[in-house]
Design a protein around this ligand. Structure first.
Ligand code: GLN
Length: 497
């Protein structure tokens, strides 16, 4: 293996391809003091490795803007737990990355820093890179994906609420992991929809994902939703004994592994060019000894609507803290205007400093929680969420250690992992901001394959599966497992990458 580039080499690369006309625009701030840090102990697992951090994760050395005007000058006085864990292993935080405002979006276009441009270069193209068709790097963690895809860092931290790690990774031709909910601490990670939010990891190889995940997956007393050690140990025991049955002899044999392919993950919106690379992945898995089994996850088709109701309702509640009083920007009334009360200051600040997409979510969320709509929207969405979870628990062989005793007596399914295309198409073109309503809806449809794992809180890893025949852009395939089965998911991902 070739040597990992040094911080200086990554910084040079960022200088070359990130800024200016047609640059990727992945980084929103760079830590130039890092080069001054004294040499590190090579024994630490991430010593000398440069990691980029999505700008919704708090860092004391760099601002944390969430790509929002309302936090333009916000510099947290502390590091998020994940940042502390990286620092403890001597990793270098190289800089903060662009994203959709507070993580709301699928294309990284709703950002106060300007859109991220997908750095993928089709090898056949003779047009210089900066002059080519500008496509989205995906969202909301587009900056982290572009930073990895353009070799501007060793790995990147992202977040994933409904697909924000997997979609950009798929569009950018890299690997992205949305871990099980509650395995990685959210302390210091700015909340969007806290029952769904996960810290994600992006890199160009599965092995790098594994090395960062091993550092970050720690119980944290500061995060009340961090899963206690007892459940982690119980799950790791079940998954290890299953892997032993499978003859855990390195990653290259998958003898006995049962792979479920869900019928519902091939909707009408899916592009035809997905099928051929997906079938190639299936034959690789068969060659390695796995068997393929069709499964049904019937509640999938309600998942997207339920997700947008739940995520918006939680966002509405989480974003109430940005009132112009306690945090960030405050808009002052114009000279000579009548005296304002507090509610006017809130309204003025929010009208000025929140973007259109964030406002849409706040309105949708507040509506879903009003007395008249609550039963029909919020409660229904929670019911769908339970059905989606139950679908997964029914097909997986290993039971969900978080589901309580009632689930363990139920008959279990037969599959070890589920496999499906990560997205319904390649990276979309960067369209002008004033998209029509129909185009707007299309953006939401991009999440249709990623939200079920988010609603269920289970791990999903996307790995590149080649390129679309039509346009030559990258495509990803997702490996999804039972809660806490990252070890298996990552091994399968490594076998097919
Ligand atoms: N695209 C989805 C949304 O806009 C998911 C975003 C995310 O995972 N942060 O809500």
């Amino acid at each position: 293996t070739s040597a990992i580039p040094t911080l200086g080499e990554y910084l040079k690369r960022i200088g070359e391809c990130d800024s200016g006309e047609g640059g990727t625009n992945a980084f929103v701030s760079i830590d130039s003091t890092q080069g001054l840090v004294s040499p590190t102990t090579a024994s630490k697992s991430l010593a000398g490795k440069s990691i980029a951090i999505k700008d919704v994760i708090c860092t004391s050395a760099l601002p944390t803007t969430c790509s929002s005007e309302i936090l333009r000058d916000f510099q947290p006085p502390y590091d998020a737990t994940v940042v502390r864990l990286l620092n403890d292993e001597d990793a270098t935080v190289i800089g903060k990355t662009n994203c959709d405002e507070f993580g709301m979006g699928s294309m990284n276009i709703h950002t106060s820093h300007g859109s991220v441009i997908n750095p993928f270069q089709t090898s056949s193209s003779k047009v210089p890179w900066r002059k080519r068709e500008q496509r989205s790097a995906g969202g909301s963690s587009g900056g982290s994906a572009a930073a990895v895809a353009a070799s501007m860092c060793y790995a990147a931290l992202s977040t994933d609420t409904g697909g924000s790690t997997r979609l950009p990774a798929s569009y950018s031709g890299i690997v992205g992991l949305k871990p099980s909910y509650g395995l990685i601490s959210r302390w210091g990670v700015v909340s969007f929809a806290d029952s769904l939010d996960c810290v994600g990891i992006m890199a160009d190889r599965v092995s790098r994902i594994r090395s960062v995940f091993d550092v970050l997956a720690q119980f944290d007393t500061l995060d009340p939703t961090s899963i206690p050690i007892i459940h982690r140990e119980r799950m790791s025991f079940s998954i290890r004994s299953r892997m032993k049955d499978l003859g855990d002899n390195g990653q290259k044999s998958l003898q006995g592994l049962v792979v479920g392919i869900p019928w519902e993950y091939f909707p009408a919106e899916m592009s035809q060019y997905i099928y051929s690379p997906f079938n190639t992945v299936l034959s690789v898995l068969r060659q390695l000894g796995a068997s393929i089994k069709p499964v049904s996850l019937p509640s999938t088709r309600y998942g997207l609507s339920a997700y947008y109701v739940i995520a918006s309702a939680e966002a509405y509640s989480n974003l109430a803290r940005y009132d112009g009083i306690r945090y960030g920007a405050r808009s002052s009334p114009e000279e000579g205007s009548p005296i304002l009360d507090a509610a006017d200051v809130y309204a003025l600040t929010r009208s000025h400093a929140l973007g259109a997409e964030v406002k849409r979510r706040i309105l949708l969320g507040s509506y879903a929680l009003t007395a008249g709509a609550f039963d029909n929207y919020f409660l229904q969405a929670q019911r769908v969420r339970n059905l989606v979870r139950a679908d997964f628990d029914r097909v997986f062989r290993i039971s969900n250690v978080l589901a309580g005793s009632s689930a363990s007596t139920e008959a279990r399914g037969a599959v070890d992992i589920i496999l499906h295309p990560s997205a319904i198409r390649t990276a979309p073109s960067l369209m002008p901001k004033s998209a029509s309503a129909a185009e707007g809806l299309q953006v939401y449809v991009q999440d249709v394959l990623t939200v079920p794992a988010s609603l269920a809180g289970i791990p999903a890893l996307t790995v590149p599966m080649g390129y679309a025949e039509d346009d030559g852009w990258p495509l990803g395939v997702s490996v999804v497992g039972q809660w806490g089965s990252e070890e298996l998911v990552v091994n399968v991902g490594e076998a097919i990458e």
